[in-house]
Write a protein of this length. Sequence first.
Lengths: 174, 250
Amino acid sequence: METLQKTFFESYKSHSDEIFRFVFFKLNDREKSKDLVQEVFMKTWIYITKNGNIGNIRAFLYKTASNAVIDEYRKKERGWGRLSSLENLSEEFGYDPGFDDTDSIIDKIDGEKAMKLIKELPEIYAEVVFLRFVENKSITEIAEITNRSENAISVQLNRGIKKLKEIIQDKFKI
Amino acid sequence: MINDLFKKIKKETLSSDEKSQILSVLESFVDQNPIQSVRSPFYSSWFIFQQKMVVVPIAIILVFVLTSGTVFAAKNSLPGNILYPVKILNEKVESFVTFDTETKAQVDASHAISRLNEVEQIVNSNQELDTETRQKIESHFTTQSENTIKHIDELKSKGLEKEASKIETDFHKSLGEYEKTITDLSNSTSTENKTKKELDSVVSNIRSQLEKRSDTDEDDHDSEEQREQTTERQRAETETREIERTNTED
């Protein structure tokens, strides 16, 4: 019993940041994301109390977080996370396209704005790009978290990265 | 270049304060929800029976002794308190583990009313009701009210009109009482006080829930009117037939 508790708290220490980032990426609301992280770990603990050890707790946390985000979307029925239009991006990023180069653009934006940039991708691509390149998940892990096939994930990753480059080039006229 | 973008995102983390805050909530939660005995496929049913005979009463006593303080504390917590999320999650669990629709409706209704009671408690204790707190309370209140209505509708669709009607009336009555209480609180609050605006928002949310009920009431009212009209028409027809019969006899 103590081992399960220990494993649970170790999981919190190891994975709370990435689960927070995952939820924050989807909701664009820091406070709400903190609440959901707490809820995800509470639900995970309830699952452990009833069923014992979870084989792959990291994947379980992601799935629970993903479901919690879906519940939140339904509850609010508002388009969380969709960024203001591309046209407003420059204004939002405090960037004037005519006078900058690529590196300084990236230097200027913070993590939250970088997230918003990726969220310009269609949602199906945004999620896999985020999980692969921000959270360093393997294709197999992403397939497990998203309930899609590994082949589909590979295709979506390639298309997502291609599209992201286009967005950045188009946006900042690089 | 794209890699730099990803590196920026990786820096988005919880602060150490935020992490500790969530951790302490989780510690309370874990204490409050101890591990249940996990079944093993190797246990024979007799062994499980024997084990349950001994373990269950001990577990009940232990859970009661160890957790009653936290449960009580959480039950009385208000938004902003570290145990408040535990209270809300407990309510969700309570609703989730209730299978009977009638009880589910009652449980959700009582949770929704608890939210309004929290508003009253905050204002009566001279605390400011800020926008964030009000939004948090309202969000739970709306969900719980809507769940109550959903369960009431389910009861009606199952033909349990009487049970549905009782819960609906009680819920409606409690909402009405809190509408009055919170309106009074708002009226007694100075217009310069930010709390007043938040209280007015809560009142308007209660009214919108009451209107949802009123829609159904209106339907009921319509059908009642229709029933009255039918009865009147039947009475008139009977009287006409009676007059016709009398005329024929004459």
